[in-house]
Design a protein around this ligand. Sequence first.
Ligand code: TXA
Ligand code: MG
Length: 378
Amino acid sequence: MTTPARRHTRLLRVDPERPGGAAIAEAAAVLRAGGLVAFPTETVYGLGANARCETAIAGVFAAKGRPADNPLIVHTADAAAAQDLAERWPEAARRAAAAFWPGPLTVVVPARPGLPRSVTAGLPTVALRVPDHPVAHALLAAAGVPVAAPSANRSGRPSPTRAEHVWDDLRDRVDLIVDGGPVGIGVESTVLDVSADRPVLLRPGGVSLEALRAVLGEVEVDPAALALPGSGQVEPGAAVRSPGMKYRHYAPRCPAVLVEGKPEARARRLANLAADYAAQGLRVGIIATEEGAAAVGPGQERAAARGNVLVRITGPRARSDLYAARLFEVLRELERLGCDVILMEGIDTAGIGLAVMNRLRRAAGFRVVQAGEGDDGP
Ligand code: TXA
Ligand code: MG
């Protein structure tokens, strides 16, 4: 991995409702010239580079500290431009693109030769996405080149949902940050491999598995997409369909623990763990639903009064979309506030909940507590 060149990072504010004008033209020119431009998409902020320019791509890997064997998603303004980069456009790609583009879906298809090898990490396939964000769309249209864009965080860190997060991770490492305000979805795109006979979900994200199945029929789920305990430990060099899924990801600087199980049991376990850690003099961060946080309340009053328990509420338990939208932001916030440990409440895996649980398990580095019957009583 090369040391990143020191760059002077400029911030450009763009009105997400009415992007365009000088700022977008300038950002597009920087991209075309091989520079690094972070920009908002509907999922998370991306770190963009001209996908046809080898040195620009090398800059992306260096700026992020990203392992060279983890390929990038290539973004285009429309489906026709995406299709130009594919060797074949399978029927499943056609249907998925028609249903979900522009939007938070990435399709993996056979790659047409021509892109630098580093974009696809030498794989015979390429990952393609047409984002649904006015700033991303305006920028891609103005740039007129395909743009490779991983999430704009340092490798392994929580993905950025605000320009400030990009600044914290990548200042002096990128040329430009286009600030279009906070993003909407908050977790990355769904990655779907349609290069073989049957579609395979490689990474759950903004488009739910249920929605994919409604359009495509059968969709297999790669074990790494579930991020079940054990699936994180892949032997070095072992074949992985989604290379990105083998790395530690989304992790705050302090340890994080995920509490799974039935709602009541998990809320009680969360409360007990928080009390134990606080009693040890540790500063405890909690990420929980409204219902989960209610259980944490009374027992922690004294610890909370001493400032040792910081609770961040994502929303009602039924709103996994709000959990998605808040997760990366509160992880970064609790870390910044000096938490020694962060406890995170698990949620149901329906809908976007599957993507949230994937991110939670990885953020916890697979430190997962299964709350059970012993946690039920008061
Ligand atoms: O929402 C998103 O997808 C964001 C925004 C910026 O568009 N981007 C993003 O990129 O999340 P990144 O690099 O953080 O994640 C890309 C994922 C990784 O897990 C990578 O391994 C996988 O896509 N990927 C890329 N090319 C692939 C390929 N040819 N085959 C299988 N997986 C691939
Ligand atoms: Mg990423």
